[in-house]
Design a protein around this ligand. Structure first.
Ligand SMILES: *[C@@H]1O[C@H](CO)[C@@H](O)[C@H](O)[C@H]1NC(C)=O
Ligand SMILES: *[C@@H]1O[C@H](CO)[C@@H](O)[C@H](O)[C@H]1NC(C)=O
Ligand SMILES: *[C@@H]1O[C@H](CO)[C@@H](O)[C@H](O)[C@H]1NC(C)=O
Ligand SMILES: *[C@@H]1O[C@H](CO)[C@@H](O)[C@H](O)[C@H]1NC(C)=O
Length: 338
């Protein structure tokens, strides 16, 4: 596995960080608020990506008292390399969050999370450990709320500030999007390109649907549960999840150094959610996510070869993206210098 520095992304950020748009999101409204007036509901639009990390690294980050339920994620990603663990990147925009008459301001959040962790030590109930999160700095309610779980929250700035991601401007081709967040020295920089359906999409979607539907925790005192719904108009038809691949760069204390992934695979999708706050984690003992479209019923060959992320197999994509950005940056730099 190769962790590459991506000075390109830094340059791209510099070139783009001039606009301060008003916070009007392109995301569609919450379609389930009236259906669940006594629950917190909302929408999460953004990118979910699989960040393969060596199991030894995962083991050094996830507290030793929690086992990793390897067979649970292997059943979803059968060909995932043996000595690797699938960390989950969520870079999303929270839009139209409602609770009865109350409406929360939109905000963004980004995190690297660790699904399939055995919080209750029962050998079977999967939780998602989400120890740290970037969150829009003005969203005090959200920041306090996340800290209630013992989450390390980084009040951050996001670009774009009011959307799930933004298209890289011309002359970058259509389908290239970026998303970045920064809080002092910590950051996430992501650039994704839509890719043609690769055949591994069905399996990958099942992994993402399951991972984001697991109850989550930070220091383990309380749990949070978002039921992410993938069958509303936000996630179907013309809004069907789009398969993406791209480069991700992360600086977070948990890693101890800057991390980079090339050819990280993921999906861009908007989802409605119902959220239960500060739930006793015991209540989830035996919890199982029932996927509405389980991977076992899907056909299509899967190839996780790129997950070995040796530099060789990734070379073609990074070169393509680099070329695109080199072209784009030259143009952007010219515009700035005029
Ligand atoms: C999700 O966000 C993207 C980027 O802003 C936007 O183009 C798309 O329409 C949004 N999806 C939905 C269903 O609102
Ligand atoms: C977890 O964090 C919460 C909120 O800060 C705190 O009240 C609680 O004592 C912490 N629990 C543990 C086990 O550290
Ligand atoms: C939509 O998804 C939800 C949650 O995943 C599920 O409970 C519901 O049965 C699904 N509805 C349809 C019509 O498939
Ligand atoms: C890349 O390919 C070369 C030659 O095929 C090989 O020697 C090298 O070990 C490969 N690198 C990685 C990281 O697998």
């Amino acid at each position: 596995m190769q962790f590459l520095p991506h000075s390109l992304l830094m340059l791209l950020s510099v070139a783009l960080s001039t606009a301060h748009p008003k916070c009007i999101s392109q995301s569609q409204p919450n379609p389930i608020a009236s259906q669940y007036p006594t629950d917190v509901t909302g929408t999460l639009n953004g990118t979910l990506a699989l960040l393969p990390i060596p199991m030894a690294l995962a083991r050094s980050i996830i507290p030793l008292k929690y086992q990793i339920l390897t067979s649970a994620y292997r059943s979803l990603l059968p060909d995932f390399p043996k000595d690797m663990y699938p960390a989950l990147l969520q870079v999303v925009h929270d839009h139209d969050v409602r609770y009865g008459e109350y409406r929360l301001d939109d905000f963004s959040r980004a995190s690297v999370e660790f699904p399939f962790v055995d919080l209750l030590n029962d050998g079977s109930t999967s939780f998602r450990w989400a120890p740290a999160m970037f969150m829009t700095s003005t969203n005090e309610i959200g920041i306090v709320g996340a800290r209630d779980y013992g989450t390390e929250v980084y009040p951050a700035v996001f670009e774009p500030s009011c959307d799930a991601y933004a298209s890289a401007p011309a002359p970058a081709p259509k389908g290239i999007t970026y998303y970045k967040t920064q809080a002092e020295e910590n950051f996430v920089d992501a650039v994704f390109a839509t890719v043609k359906e690769s055949g591994s999409m069905a399996l990958q979607m099942s992994f993402f649907r399951t991972a984001v539907n697991l109850p989550s925790f930070a220091n383990g005192s309380m749990c949070n549960h978002q039921t992410r719904i993938f069958n509303t108009s936000l996630s179907t038809g013309r809004n069907e999840a789009k398969e993406v691949s791209g480069t991700v760069k992360v600086q977070l204390p948990m890693f101890g150094k800057e991390m980079g992934w090339v050819d990280a695979t993921g999906v861009q999708v908007d989802t409605a959610f119902i959220e239960k706050h500060l739930v006793d984690c015991e209540d989830f003992r035996g919890f199982q996510y029932e996927d509405e479209r389980p991977a076992a019923t899907q056909t299509g060959s899967s190839s996780w070869e790129t997950f070995a992320t040796d530099c060789n197999s990734s070379q073609s994509t990074i070169l393509t993206l680099s070329t695109i950005f080199a072209n784009y940056l030259i143009t952007a730099a010219k515009q700035i210098s005029i």
